[in-house]
Design a protein around this ligand. Structure first.
Ligand SMILES: Cc1ncc(COP(=O)(O)O)c(C=O)c1O
Length: 430
């Protein structure tokens, strides 16, 4: 090594700091979370907005795909990318196991579970596929059940159980318009119509319409019938503030790159401690003991920097305020929905009941629920009005257009969307 290299190395190490993986100081520019009217405090949300760097040419209402990192998290992710690539296997063959393991500590605390009940995955897909495929209490002839609003790849995994475990697979449609009463009744009816059901898939917040299920009640209903629930919480944690144990579900898949704002490629599997034996080890993993949840997911070599940046993302999420974020998302949702409901020819597919919705909501033009119709609206909003949305299919009553918020969106952005919708819906000539 030349002196020059040694110097650069020392400089970089100094920049990285010896406590490279300590929870970083973040976003000191944020004022304290307002104690009243938090959802509409313009000064506070302006400070939050300044933490994000977004393309200026488009009002982006398609934030359900994933949630971009705030700048302080992105900086930490870049720093960690430098760190792991600079330290290379010197680090990866020594301390990384311990450091990755430590990532579980703040996550578990914030989720209200123990560290031994969670393991990192590369996303909700991996977490949920692992739970569905690994659930080992099914016998040939048992039934499994899911609904139209569940996520496609989870539906595929449930269908796959027919060949894998010899079970009968049943699917039903969630009513639209949905109310808490008719959703509960539809699950009750589906469980009654399929009495052999032993496993039920639930999606906490639908990626299609934003419908939020009354999971606690549904889990209790299932438990009373001896049915286990696997919960898809890909869209809920972070959009909604809750503790895992409060839901009464033993198997949950999360991701951290949507509403928690971690780098792409991180998720989480939760298995209640007393239920670990009901999920098989992952492809017979032997790296960890069978009583260690980390034997339930073996992904090989992950994106180390992404996983190591999770505490930074969580710290910022907590600093902005999980309840403040939820209130803000709900405010933004109610803001545009109230205006859209006044437009002739625009229908909202998601109920207003705060128990049945959070930040995501979908709409369509009256009588125009084909994929082509909805694609045309999405294209017009994007190409003519610079408003980004997305069509979602798979809803029994037809296609729909999803609006999903972000911490950086403002009422002004939504006014632009509504002005565009006026034109696109033909509510007023544009
Ligand atoms: C309801 C739901 N479940 C699961 C997933 C899968 O998440 P990921 O692609 O992050 O693995 C998604 C992704 O959009 C989703 O919306």
């Amino acid at each position: 090594m030349t002196d020059h290299t040694a110097l650069s190395r020392r400089a970089l190490l100094a920049a990285l700091g010896t406590a490279a993986l300590a929870a970083p100081a973040l976003a000191r520019s944020l004022p304290p979370v307002p104690t009243s009217s938090v959802a509409t405090d313009a000064g506070y949300w302006d400070a939050v907005r300044r933490l994000y760097s977004v393309t200026p040419g488009m009002v982006n209402l398609e934030n359900g795909y994933w949630g971009i990192m705030a700048e302080p998290v992105k900086a930490e992710y870049k720093r960690l990318t430098d760190f792991v690539n600079f330290e290379n296997t010197v680090y990866a063959r020594s301390r990384i196991g311990k450091d990755l393991d430590e990532v579980r500590t703040p996550l578990a605390a914030f989720l209200g579970v123990t560290r031994e009940e969670i393991a990192l995955t590369r996303g909700a897909t991996e977490a949920l596929q692992t739970l569905i495929a690994g659930y080992n209490r099914l016998k040939p002839g048992d039934g499994v059940l899911y609904a139209d609003l569940d996520y496609d790849s989870m539906q595929y995994a449930m269908n796959w159980l027919k060949g894998r475990r010899g079970v009968e697979v049943a699917k039903f449609d969630i009513p639209e318009p949905a109310t808490k009463a008719n959703v509960l009744a539809s699950y009750e009816a589906a469980l009654t119509a399929n009495p052999k059901t032993k496993l039920l898939l639930l999606t906490h917040v639908s990626h299609r319409t934003g419908l939020m299920l009354p999971v606690r009640e549904l889990a209790a209903m299932a438990r009373a019938r001896g049915v286990d629930v696997i919960l898809d919480a890909a869209h809920s944690w972070g959009q909604v503030d809750f503790k895992a144990r409060d839901l009464g579900v033993d198997f949950i898949g999360f991701n951290l790159h949507k509403w928690i704002g971690a780098p792409l490629g991180v998720g989480l599997i939760y298995i209640a401690r007393e239920r670990l034996a009901d999920i098989d080890t992952h492809y017979g993993d032997e790296d960890f003991k069978a009583d260690d949840i980390r034997s339930r997911i073996h992904t090989g070599t992950p994106n180390f920097a992404a996983q190591l940046a999770v505490p930074a993302a969580l710290a910022l999420h907590q600093e902005i305020g999980p309840q403040a974020k939820e209130a803000r998302y709900r405010h933004l949702r109610n803001y545009w929905v109230a205006r859209a409901r006044e437009l002739k020819g625009v229908e909202i597919q998601t109920p207003d009941d705060p128990e049945m919705v959070a930040g995501i909501t979908s709409f369509a033009l009256s009588g125009k629920r084909s994929a082509a119709d909805c694609n045309a609206v999405v294209a017009a909003l994007r190409d003519q009005h610079k408003v980004m949305t997305v069509r979602r299919g798979g809803v029994a009553r037809g296609n729909t257009i999803r609006i999903s918020p972000a911490p950086y969106l403002t009422e002004v952005d939504l006014d632009r969307f509504i002005a565009a919708l006026v034109v696109v819906s033909g509510s007023r000539a544009g």
